[in-house]
Design a protein around this ligand. Structure first.
Ligand code: PEP
Ligand code: MN
Length: 337
């Protein structure tokens, strides 16, 4: 439940509610808005009768939250979550672009891509060092050597980096290098991994699983948030449907719904969402129009030679062209880029 304080409630009245929440054995989550303060009761609050709070001075209303996620919910935290990653503001008016290769393949491939995406206007560099491949015979990534190359590319371009972490055991190693942990679609419900990332204070980028509902995605985000890591982004990357012409079906509904249900920054990944480079531009535009706070796009200097996901990677010049088009679109929907 949430306890909504009156606009003129005093600090002492807010404190009394917090103390009551804690006395009942729950955790209080305070959200001070411009108009009023909201206190979220974290934990299974079904046994608490609402009059336990309704009768306290300064309380306007007690609202029971029907959604099972709490820290991720907009009811708990009405204002958008905005945070900074090495000077890049996530969740603000600027639409943030994450770009780079699916996999880190070599020093020259990564550095060439990093400089090109930076030049084109990307804000953050992506690149997988540990790859979750469907086949054990496919390229599995360069491992720690890949992380070192990402750190070198950050040094060379100034772009913050994001890379995938696949297991709880790898959280410390990946955390030595990365600015953002990527949790892949296949690991969205790897609860030990979510818990381990929740214990760190490195921002997390949680990709929706191809079979996960919007609610399940926000419950997964809740695992990270409840560990105390409040810098979480969610990403729509396409779900599995009956359609076989595209790799996945990019769920535009989910972008708008994530924004409605949650205060967390919402990203979209039209590369994995479609599986086809020709469809990245049109769908990326739809995502920005639907309210996405950022995009993740795969870029490779030689897609035909890519060790993973070449078919859904843009060449740098096409990526630069798309960013130019997206800038005009962002402006039309009241955003910048
Ligand atoms: C990726 O970003 O390269 C990736 C493997 O994505 P997903 O987890 O969405 O399939
Ligand atoms: Mn990929």
């Amino acid at each position: 439940m949430i306890v909504v304080m009156k606009a003129n409630a005093t600090a002492a009245q807010v404190e009394a509610v917090v103390q009551q929440v804690e006395a009942l054995g729950y955790h209080a989550h305070l959200s001070r808005g411009t108009e009023r303060t909201i206190i979220g009761v974290v934990g299974d609050d079904r046994p608490i009768p609402s009059h336990q709070f309704e009768l306290l001075p300064g309380v306007e209303q007690v609202v029971r939250i029907l959604q099972p996620f709490k820290l991720a919910s907009r009811d708990f935290h009405p204002e958008n979550t905005v945070f900074d990653v090495r000077g890049v503001t996530i969740g603000g008016p600027k639409v943030v672009i994450i770009a780079g290769p699916c996999s880190v393949e070599s020093r020259s491939q990564l550095l060439e891509t990093a400089h090109a995406v930076k030049e084109a206007g990307a804000d953050i560099l992506r690149g997988g060092a540990f790859k979750p491949r469907t086949s054990p015979y496919s390229f599995q990534g360069l491992g720690e050597d890949g992380l070192e190359l990402l750190a070198e590319a950050r040094e060379a371009t100034g772009l913050p980096i994001i890379t995938e972490v696949m297991s709880p055991e790898a959280v410390p190693l990946v955390g030595k290098y990365t600015d953002i942990y990527q949790i892949g679609a296949r690991n969205m419900q790897n609860f030990p991994l979510l818990t381990a990332v929740g214990k760190t204070r490195i921002p997390a980028f949680l990709k929706r699983s191809m079979m996960g509902t919007v609610q399940e995605t926000l419950m997964a985000a809740e695992y990270i948030l409840s560990g105390g890591n409040r810098r979480v982004m969610v990403c729509e990357r396409g779900i599995r449907t009956f359609e076989t012409a595209t790799r996945n079906t990019l769920d535009i509904n989910a972008i708008a719904l994530f924004k409605q249900w949650s205060h967390l920054p919402v990203f979209a990944d039209p590369s994995h969402g479609t599986g086809k480079w020709e469809l990245i531009g049109p769908t990326a535009k739809a995502c920005v129009a639907a309210g996405a706070d950022g995009l993740m796009i795969e870029v490779h200097p030689h897609p035909a030679q890519a060790l993973s996901d070449g078919a859904q990677s843009l060449k740098p010049e096409r990526f630069a062209e798309l960013v130019r088009e997206l800038r005009a679109l962002a402006q039309a929907v009241g955003r910048t880029m």
